[in-house]
Design a binder for this molecule. Structure first.
Ligand code: KIV
Length: 306
């Protein structure tokens, strides 16, 4: 079910994402331009998608990474948080997204509970996302605590994206969805977490909800790309939940969400118009109806057409 990357096909791959790291203080990915300054790399774009039609649109629009995030629990399944999402939920949606994704790298989230078991079971769960879902990489929330797990996944040749800062699966432990890294100690912890996932072998790390300054320092220090959400503009890339971006989520949106469209209003308007047209006898019209062949007209009783 997986898409085989071919050179020059435009397919985004793990090495391609790694090569998009902008200047890093550690020098690993520093490429100097003729000017002597580090070469500017194109920022990485990442959006969520959970089904075939939206994945197709996102892929065709040229996004680099499509994330089947466990945010699907809140965005499309209607839960209050991401904790109830299961590995089977992620698998089901990853398969649908796989069928639509040609260009982007397909990243699947490991949901709460799928990697809080033994390392062997955690690797088995991640393997399912790759083998049965067609994911090309998995994302795991948590920093220092995940060193062993990330190393095992990488050893099993499953590329991993880390996720530090606000990790929504820790909502109960954190007491809500709060910006992380706001004190000196907390900022140092987030930095340690990011360094830990890099050291364990992750090829990129999501930085969620933290002061811009903290994310900038991490981005400058790490050799792997950082992908921010609510972490300011200095990261190597940005990720958003598609439904937030197109205005399909209700209620208060976090300050980092930029709405590029208002699909809720568009859909409401279309549905109201449909109801009004059906009730008023305006839909379907004769042109929107099938017709019997003319030769049958004389044999079949017909009603007068509107
Ligand atoms: O589940 C998700 O959509 C995520 C992103 C917000 C990074 O983890």
């Amino acid at each position: 079910m997986s898409v085989v990357p071919r050179a020059g096909s435009g397919k985004v791959t793990v090495p391609e994402i790694l090569s998009r790291k902008s200047y890093s203080r550690s020098g690993f990915s520093e490429t100097k331009h003729l000017s002597g300054f580090p070469e500017a790399k194109q920022k990485i774009t990442c959006l969520t998608a959970y089904d075939y039609p939206t994945a197709r649109l996102v892929d065709e629009a040229g996004v680099d990474i499509i994330l089947v995030g466990d945010s699907l629990g809140m965005v499309v399944l209607g839960y209050d948080n991401t904790l109830p999402v299961t590995i089977d939920d992620i698998l089901y949606h990853t398969r649908a997204v796989r069928r639509a994704t040609r260009h982007a790298l397909l990243l699947a989230d490991m949901p709460f509970g799928s990697f809080h078991v033994s390392l062997d079971d955690s690797v088995r769960n991640a393997l399912r996302l790759v083998k049965e879902g067609g994911a090309e990489a998995v994302k795991v929330e948590g920093g220092e605590r995940r060193i062993e797990l990330i190393a095992r996944l990488v050893e099993a040749e499953i590329p991993v994206v880390g996720h530090v800062g606000l990790t929504p699966q820790s909502v109960n432990a954190l007491g809500g969805f709060h910006v992380q890294g706001k004190t000196e100690d907390a900022a140092r912890q987030v930095e340690r977490d990011a360094r830990a996932v890099e050291a364990a072998g992750a090829f990129a790390v999501v930085l969620e909800s933290m002061p811009r300054e903290v994310a900038a320092r991490i981005t400058e220090t790490l050799r792997i790309p950082t992908i921010g959400i609510g972490a300011g503009p200095d990261c190597d890339g940005q990720v958003l939940v598609l439904h937030d971006l197109v205005g399909l989520t209700a209620g208060h949106a976090p300050k980092f969400v930029r709405r590029y469209a208002d699909l809720s209003s568009e859909i409401s308007r279309a549905v109201s118009n449909f109801c009004a047209d059906v009730r008023g006898g305006k839909f379907p019209s004769d042109a929107e109806s099938y017709h019997s062949p003319a030769e049958l007209h004389e044999h079949l009783p017909t009603r007068e057409r509107t």
